[in-house]
Ligand binder design. Structure first.
Ligand code: PMV
Length: 475
């Protein structure tokens, strides 16, 4: 079983013009859609999606994914869950498409990069929806904030963190659901009738997007807001704004927003307002007074990733430099804050020929799928001792229990984390039973064999495994 989640999106600038090849700016938002997938023996594909109106996108994603990557299965069970309502226009269709395809890739251990994932996801969305620039698919895959254009030819991450600059994006929902494909088609008809006028509008929007991007890069959000307002004027000229949206936008600007506009196809859904932090409350109140409701979201969040909600809520032990307990925090917090140094264990088993037992991490792992790690490793949970966690991880991952010897503790700093590692070694003559959910292969190697395999690229160690083998003086 694998669980993955993909974020929704909000268009910051450039909607409609982006359908015609111009660039837009899109940000991934904290509302996420989750897909849990497992292979069954039923011979059928069962989709349980209580919050989704219909499962067309999931069904099509499975067809396209299996075809593109030669996946043959004996039956699939899928469950989807979202923490956002699909009526806001946050892109639940593209998020569910991306999450389904990513789950397929990882469950069936396919070597697919994000670009290829994008191609198949975009193809899936077009097969169902007929139209669309693909900006929502890009946001679901890459996350963050992106300059996107030309059906995916342009995809530049914009390292903006609004909160760090004292600004925030306020989202106001109009209460009306927009029909994006219908609106895109209406704009296309308008363009056929008045090509010169509409093309001029698209060109102007394209230019505004690039100018706004420069302001964003310069952290000048006041100026960025002005460009949002100009963008809104063009959207009004295109005929996609509504009275309600206009009222909310006017109210937000009057209450102190740097700028505000509709976001997405128009005709309903949401407005966004770029707001200095100190004006947030008054802008939110103004939007509510104008008949909208405020939807709290964070922007620039991570793209599609493997998640395990149960594990994410597990409490880990946070320690200081001297390994003294400071607090208990969730796995999720510990993995996203390098100041929360938490306890983990690394277990390294040898056989009587002094060969070390390594494991290849399964492709369903969130971190370093397919890379090689020490025999077993994992977090120490609240209430657990190092030696208990070491024995538990060894049993869970390798199916064996052997006497373990404590070697040392040391600090490691993978990615955005910081960990206090207790290393244990042991000798095994028993048969091992690797847990297929976590381990895709297990191997005993001598030091020379390992070094040769690393040089030839046959074995790529995770940074933590490399450090562990050095700490116990095997490498
Ligand atoms: O309505 P939304 O949030 O899905 O956004 C649509 C944006 C358009 O530019 C109108 C269409 C597109 O696919 O880019």
């Amino acid at each position: 079983m694998i669980t993955v989640s993909a974020p929704g999106k909000l268009m910051l600038m450039g909607e409609h013009a982006v359908v015609y090849g111009y660039p837009c700016i899109v940000t991934a938002v904290s509302e996420r859609l989750t897909v849990a997938m497992e292979e069954t023996n039923s011979g059928k594909i069962v989709v349980e999606a209580p919050q989704v109106k219909n499962t067309r996108f999931v069904d099509q994603a499975i067809i396209e994914g299996c075809k593109a990557w030669g996946i043959q299965h004996t039956g699939l069970l899928l469950q989807t869950k979202s923490n956002f309502s699909n009526c806001y226009g946050f892109g639940s269709s593209s998020a569910v498409t991306v999450a389904t395809l990513f789950a397929l890739v990882r469950l069936f251990e396919k070597n697919v990069d994000k670009k290829e994932l994008f191609e198949i996801a975009y193809k899936t969305v077009l097969a169902i929806q007929g139209v669309g620039s693909g900006f929502d698919v890009a946001a679901a895959i890459y996350g963050e904030t992106l300059l996107y254009g030309n059906a995916g030819q342009i995809m530049n991450p914009l390292p903006w963190k609004l909160e760090d600059d004292g600004v925030t994006l306020v989202v106001g929902y109009s209460g009306m659901k927009a029909d994006t494909p219908v609106l895109v088609k209406e704009v296309a008809q308008k363009r056929e009738k008045e090509p010169e006028k509409v093309n001029r509008i698209f060109e102007a929007i394209g230019k505004l997007v690039l100018q706004a991007r420069e302001q964003g890069d310069a952290h000048d959000w006041h100026a960025f807001g002005k460009f949002m307002n100009f963008n809104q004027e063009y959207l009004r000229d295109l005929g996609v704004s509504t009275e309600k949206l206009e009222a909310m936008i006017f109210a937000a600007n009057k209450a102190g927003a740097y700028g505000a506009k509709l976001s997405g196809a128009g005709g309903g859904d949401c407005i966004i307002a770029l707001v200095p932090k100190e004006k947030q409350e008054s802008v939110e109140n103004a939007i509510i007074k104008a008949g909208g409701s405020v939807v709290p979201v964070a922007t620039s969040v991570a793209g599609v990733e493997i998640t395990n909600e149960k594990e994410d809520n597990e409490m880990l032990i946070v320690v200081n430099d001297k390994d003294e307990v400071v607090s208990y925090r969730s796995r999720f917090d510990c993995h996203h804050d390098a100041s929360l140094r938490h306890r983990i264990v690394a277990v390294i088993l040898f056989d009587d020929k002094h060969r070390v037992l390594l494991q290849k991490r399964s492709f369903t792992k969130a971190k370093h799928p397919g890379l090689w790690a020490v025999t077993a490793s994992g977090h120490v949970s609240k209430g657990e001792k190092y030696e208990e966690a070491a024995a538990r991880e060894l049993k869970e991952e390798m199916g064996v229990t052997v006497p373990l010897t404590f070697v040392k503790t040391y600090i490691e700093k993978p990615d955005e984390e910081s960990e206090m590692v207790a290393a244990y070694t042991g000798l095994t003559s028993e048969e091992i039973h690797p847990n297929a959910e976590e381990v895709s292969e297990a191997l005993f190697v001598t030091k020379d064999e390992l070094l040769r395999s690393m040089l030839s690229g046959k074995i790529q160690l995770t940074p933590c495994a490399y450090q562990a083998l050095q700490e116990i003086q095997f490498l």
